[in-house]
Design a protein around this ligand. Sequence first.
Ligand SMILES: [Zn+2]
Length: 93
Amino acid sequence: MNLLLIRLIIFAVLFVAGLKLYRMYREWKLDRDGPDQGGDAQGNRMVRCRWCQVHLPEDDALRERGEWFCSGEHRDKYLSEQKQEQKEQDKED
Ligand SMILES: [Zn+2]
């Protein structure tokens, strides 16, 4: 009878301790994950503009034909140059 009581007490203590630990863990996780969601710059991958070689976050960059660009202007310049090279190659043939 005594042993059963001790087991019950141990079980109750472990249960309460586990619950407290779980709450502490949840609060710690919220504290840690909270600021990360606000600051995107830290987790963002940096890419390089194909035209001017400037580095910028992936979210701000434009992607075209597997290349990254800092702006639509530089994308258009790069693409028009590609087209010109293509035409020159066609002339050589
Ligand atoms: Zn650029």
